[in-house]
Design a protein around this ligand. Structure first.
Ligand SMILES: [Fe+2]
Length: 229
């Protein structure tokens, strides 16, 4: 795996991202109040950006909301099925309709279906879609069904915790590229992309899958917050 991590966005992109994260250090995450004159209104903190990484699909194939099945497949994807829901918001907590959300992730073995992922010790899953292209409704809502991705080796003894890549495009707001993590995973605290964030920024990216979704699967909520348009 040596040298591979340069392609994972940590090489030339890493320092720039660290600078960006430091610039964001002063921002608070979660709800806060902005007082303008005598009017107080809720505010949502910007979602911390994360590197795109090297495994954005080279060609977009099947991309519907259910990543656990592919047309012509032999069954459901391996791994624990989960449901992810949320809303895309702006910093005033106003929902953003008409956004396009791209998500992509490794399969349960920590393998991406991508030519740059040469982890042959981690098998591909022919029933796993690996990518979806979603849109938000009038309330900014989105939803997809997938599996918990596996962790995978990065560089040296660094192992990436399970995560789902997001790229959110809005009609009138700047896009955000980030990664969603699974709250409480033991690798989160050691991850070189997640651990340097402020606690508030981390809280915005780490999702607890402690609700029951469709068909009784675990469900988590991730609300990407975009800057002003
Ligand atoms: Fe990744």
């Amino acid at each position: 795996m040596a040298g591979k991590e340069e392609h994972r966005g940590i090489g030339p992109d890493g320092p720039r991202c660290l600078v960006r994260r430091r610039l964001l250090t002063g921002l608070t995450a979660g709800a806060a109040l902005i007082v303008t004159g005598r009017v107080a209104r809720a505010a949502c903190a910007l979602t911390a950006p994360q590197v795109e990484g090297p495994f954005y699909p080279v060609a977009i194939g099947e991309n519907d909301w259910d990543l656990t099945r592919v047309s012509g497949g032999t069954g459901r994807a391996e791994g624990e099925v989960i449901e992810v829901i949320g809303r895309v918001l702006d910093t005033q907590c106003k929902p953003l309709p008409g956004c396009v959300i791209e998500v992509w992730q490794a399969n349960v073995h920590g393998r991406y279906s991508h030519p740059r992922d040469r982890g042959d010790d981690r098998p591909l899953d022919p029933n796993f879609q690996g990518y979806a292209r979603l849109s938000t409704d009038q309330e900014g809502r989105y939803r997809f069904v997938t599996i918990v991705p596996g962790s995978y080796p990065a560089m040296g003894d660094w192992v990436r915790p399970p995560h789902i890549h997001y790229k959110v495009h809005a009609p009138f707001n700047p896009p955000v590229t980030t990664q969603m993590y699974f709250a409480g995973h033991p690798l989160n605290d050691k991850d070189l992309l997640l651990a340097p964030l402020t606690p508030a920024q981390r809280a915005g990216l780490e999702v607890a899958f402690d609700a029951k979704g469709a068909d009784g699967v675990r469900r988590g909520t991730f609300n990407p917050v975009l800057g002003a348009g």
